[in-house]
Design a protein around this ligand. Structure first.
Ligand code: FE
Length: 335
């Protein structure tokens, strides 16, 4: 009898080991995160169940699921959605010495509810045959008359643009930002459409002369295995905006542990893994994002663009001003 009980206990113990898992809701596309999660599973034995979807859809789902949610982690590609999750009471405070020591202060939540995992810069790309680098300055300058009908940018529904406008509000206030946005819209070469890569392609094709894009898209095109992509990317150049002003706008991909997480320990372990050397090197080399971990070098393409002055605005402000940014973009007719 004793023997049977011991066997039963061993069986239960083994099952609990096998059941070690963590559930991730991710707004980041599967291909850009899954290989990392597999590496984590191989190293720790913790299975990662991944649900991917659009950020707002995932937020709605979390709200509906409430305390019954299976999710432990919310992962996004922009800070604004993390702040929204925090404001909706979906996240919990995480005290992790690893996360707070690796991630610079401006890239994580002061209340320790969300953490930046990788960095991206929103830059200007331009056609060097039609634009001189010294014609360019910063974001504000893009509203000047000299850029009339020469600018491409994606729609205001895109959170990268919302966060850029939110940063402008944080720096210059609502009125100046609204006047600027109205001027920028006036300078659009076409009604906003497509993603950031499409803006790069439009500059190369002569549809417009300058565009605003996250720089990993240009890096990915330059490092592409498709010769056509490389050839297009080579027709444009990168300009670092606002180097004599506040610096280039940066944002993070990031994550937070959900309030009702059932695998909190594993969730923290996964976040710590994501800021560790292996994951950070992967973010750099595969996604061409800037590592949040200063010990890791950025990719060769990113290094070829040199160092730049990044806006050191506290990213929490991008979430704080997101709603104001969306309304403002709507008022000025940024489609
Ligand atoms: Fe992106």
């Amino acid at each position: 009898m004793k023997k049977q009980l011991a066997l039963l206990l061993i069986l239960i113990y083994c099952q609990s080991l096998a059941a070690s898992e963590v559930n991730v809701y991710s707004a980041r596309k599967e291909g850009l995160i899954k290989p990392l999660l597999d590496t984590f599973t191989n190293a720790t034995g913790i299975a990662v169940n991944l649900v991917t979807g659009e950020a707002d859809t995932l937020l709605k789902r979390l709200a509906v699921e409430g305390r019954n949610t299976p999710a432990d982690i919310l992962l996004t590609v922009d800070v604004a959605r993390l702040v929204r999750a925090k404001d909706q009471g979906l996240l919990q405070q995480i005290n992790s010495p690893v996360l707070t020591s690796v991630i610079p202060e401006q890239y994580r939540d002061a209340d320790k509810q969300w953490f930046g995992l990788s960095l991206r810069a929103r830059v200007i790309v331009y056609a060097p045959d039609r634009v001189q680098a010294n014609d360019l300055d910063g974001y504000l300058d893009l509203a000047a008359d000299k850029w009339h009908k020469r600018i491409c940018v994606r729609s205001s529904a895109n959170v990268y643009n919302q966060s850029l406008v939110a940063a402008m509000i944080a720096h210059y206030g609502l009125n100046t930002t609204e006047r600027w946005a109205a001027g920028l819209v006036d300078n659009f070469a076409r009604s906003p459409k497509g993603g950031d890569r499409d803006q790069i392609k439009a500059v190369a094709a002569g549809v417009c002369d300058v565009a605003l894009v996250n720089n990993y898209y240009l890096a990915a095109m330059l490092a592409s295995k498709q010769e056509k992509e490389v050839a297009i990317a080579k027709q444009v150049k990168l300009f670092w905006p606002d180097q004599t002003g506040p610096g280039a706008h940066v944002n993070v991909s990031g994550a937070g542990v959900l309030k009702f997480a059932r695998h909190k320990k594993e969730a923290i372990q996964l976040l710590a893994f994501l800021v560790g050397d292996t994951a950070q090197k992967w973010y750099a080399d595969t996604n061409h994002e800037y590592p949040i971990n200063a010990a890791i070098e950025s990719s060769a393409v990113l290094q070829s663009w040199g160092d730049f002055k990044a806006d050191n605005l506290n990213l929490g402000l991008l979430g704080k001003y997101n709603a104001a940014a969306v309304l403002l973009m709507d008022r000025v007719g940024w489609k």
